[in-house]
Design a protein around this ligand. Sequence first.
Ligand code: GLY
Length: 342
Amino acid sequence: MTNRRRFLKTAALGAAAAALSPVAGAVDAGASGAPTKGAVRVVSTWDFGVAANQAAWSILSRGGHSLDAVEAGARVPEADIKNHSVGLGGYPDRDGQVTLDASIMDADMNCGGVACLEDVEHAVSVARRVMERTPHVLLVGQGARQFALEQGFKKQNLLTPAANKAWREWLKTAHYKPVINSEVRSYGAGVPGGKDNHDTIGILARDARGKLAGACTTSGMAWKLRGRVGDSPIIGAGLYVDGEVGGATSTGVGEEVIRNAGSFLVVELMRQGRTPQEACKEAVLRVLRKHRSTAGDIQVAFLAMNKDGEFGAWAIQPGFAYAVCDAQNQRALIKSGSVLGA
Ligand code: GLY
């Protein structure tokens, strides 16, 4: 049964939220059952989160701050030219321009973001500069680029030969029309959220002082319309942290996350007493309920960690995994539960 048909069947049955989903399970070494409360810990979206977590852990394990940890973690996939959905080497928009979106936030409501940033690899670090060195929260486009260069970030061409080749292949059949989730249709594993359909990195950390921070960075949807901005740089959509409650981040089709103020929603659900996993699951179901005509065919996933370091995730489609790193488990990769099947 296709995901679409399975979703429609599910909708027709009017199944309660709780009845829709399989239980998440560990797919790699390490996840040791119920997470210990109060741990120093970092969690990241997707399997490339394992490497990101290592960079974050090198800071956390020495008593460093969660804000430094999430920035260091997010920079890892940003610099990886084999990763075509984050940073350098990301697939471009339909005009062949790589544009980056990123945000960062700490436990005290300090936050910053950049959207549609060109020519600068480490969008997450520019987002941090916006947070720390301007009175603003979000800079976009040419203004973001100008700010980054003024701050001393290196100007570089982000379109790698591999991404350029993929774009030119896409142009042959695309009729210059952007298609939602087109990276899946053209280059992914064939299903939204499949193993090759890697997307945004969202990363959340809790340091030894008990302080949370989060970051989120992406090159966005492949072949998007020029100027398109996704959820990742938007505080409350792709990322939200409230030190009194916890943090959340998202991956997948940003339009659906923005519509639902997704990460803010997850944090508010945790504030009302849900566990991180319950909150992510409810937010995913909200996305589905609010936009049934399209949401069943795309991937959206949320990852959350509460102020005690407990974590959880949920996705629309199967295939989403997240990485966890703490003193017990350095390289755990956990398969998320999903609404539309295991
Ligand atoms: N979640 C990334 C994007 O939609 O751009």
